[in-house]
Design a protein around this ligand. Structure first.
Ligand SMILES: Cc1cc2nc3c(=O)[nH]c(=O)nc-3n(C[C@H](O)[C@H](O)[C@H](O)COP(=O)(O)OP(=O)(O)OC[C@H]3O[C@@H](n4cnc5c(N)ncnc54)[C@H](O)[C@@H]3O)c2cc1C
Length: 318
């Protein structure tokens, strides 16, 4: 059985930073992620977005932030395409992960859980499916094309702004109001190559000479249909997240999120949690806040595992 001081579940931005901070403190660490790429929500949902609230960067692309975080983890072990299913406790105080890894402490950074996109509820063929996408991971697919983005939340607006730089964009939403930043909506309205189609719902799809005929139904008007010809469809209906695992592990939850103490400890011994997976009064789902929680958790884990050591909090001392 492989042995580590610490296992981190989740290689989203917060799990990645925790792994590098654990390495700075000399903890032998392994990090798991269910996906085959690191970066969690950033990588899946908004790799091209210019993020403007990361300290020391006036603006940084999601993809760039993930790659910098990944670089920092170079001395730690990363196991991708591994969804952690089981945790148990050995007769000592160690924690056993999926019967294969024995660790002294565990840090849960699973965000909202392993996620799957909500799919487009229309009948399609395999040929049509090839033109229906659920993420911007491979943005080059959409360059210089006509793209319909379906949805009205932050992801739909972010994707539309990004794609407007290279493509003609329709944003199709079932309500007149969008669930995102008003500034993004205003910016989109000002762009000549972007059309906001509201309140419309996609009704049918047909493939004609490798182009998609997208039939839209005006919500509330039974005979009002329009058809748009597009090359690709990007569905932004959100994600279903699955964190049922946490309950099975015996972790105390509040509204499906993990309750933690001020030191990020869960109700289980040597099990800590950080990032979007957790809740406490006033918490907001922000990356930088998760970084701070990672520092609190790793410092607590150090004190927990090595109570005899005089703790050095900073990576360098003067
Ligand atoms: C559209 C959008 C825009 C946003 N913009 C910003 C912004 O501008 N600034 C900002 O600060 N925040 C922003 N956020 C929020 C930010 O993305 C989250 O706060 C952040 O991703 C949380 O990081 P995390 O590492 O806790 O979780 P996640 O990013 O959700 O990563 C969790 C990881 O855990 C993995 N995982 C889950 N369960 C398991 C398991 N059982 N085994 C193995 N792996 C598992 C998942 O596969 C995933 O990779 C935005 C969010 C969205 C949706």
């Amino acid at each position: 059985m492989e042995k580590y001081d610490l296992a981190i579940i989740g290689a989203g931005p917060v799990g990645l930073f925790a792994a590098s901070f654990a390495n700075l403190h000399g903890l032998k660490t392994i990090t798991f992620d269910a996906l085959d790429e690191v970066g969690g929500q950033i990588n899946m949902l908004y790799p091209q977005k210019d993020i403007k609230d990361i300290p020391a960067f006036s603006s940084i692309k999601g993809k760039e932030l993930v790659s910098r975080l990944f670089e920092q983890t170079e001395n730690t072990k990363l196991t991708l395409s591994h969804k952690v299913k089981k945790i148990s406790f050995s007769t000592g105080e160690d924690i056993i992960i999926d019967d294969d890894y024995q660790v002294k402490s565990l840090l849960i950074a699973t965000g909202l859980g392993a996620f799957k996109p909500k799919t487009l509820p229309l009948s399609t063929t395999p040929e049509l499916q090839a033109h229906i996408h659920y993420s911007m991971q491979h943005s080059e697919i959409f360059s210089n094309k006509k793209v319909a983005i379906l949805g009205g939340g932050d992801s739909a607006l972010d994707w539309a702004l990004e794609l407007s730089k290279t493509s003609d964009v329709y944003v199709v939403h079932r309500r007149n109001e969008f669930r995102g930043l008003e500034s993004s909506v205003s910016q989109l309205k000002s762009l000549k190559n972007v059309e906001l189609l509201t309140p419309y719902l996609p009704k049918e799809l047909h493939l004609n000479n490798n182009r998609i005929e997208l039939v839209l139904h005006r919500v509330g008007a039974s005979h009002d249909f329009i058809t748009k010809d597009v090359d690709e469809i990007l569905v932004a209906y959100g994600f279903k997240s699955d964190n049922r695992q946490l309950r099975k592990w015996g972790i105390e939850l509040e509204n499906n999120l993990i309750s933690v103490s001020q030191t990020m400890q869960t109700n289980l011994p040597h099990v800590y949690a950080i990032g979007d997976a957790i809740t406490y009064p006033g918490r907001v789902p922000m990356i930088a806040l998760g970084f701070g929680e990672a520092q609190i958790a790793i410092s607590s884990i150090m004190q927990d595992l090595f109570p005899e050591k005089t703790m050095t909090f900073h990576s360098t001392s003067i």
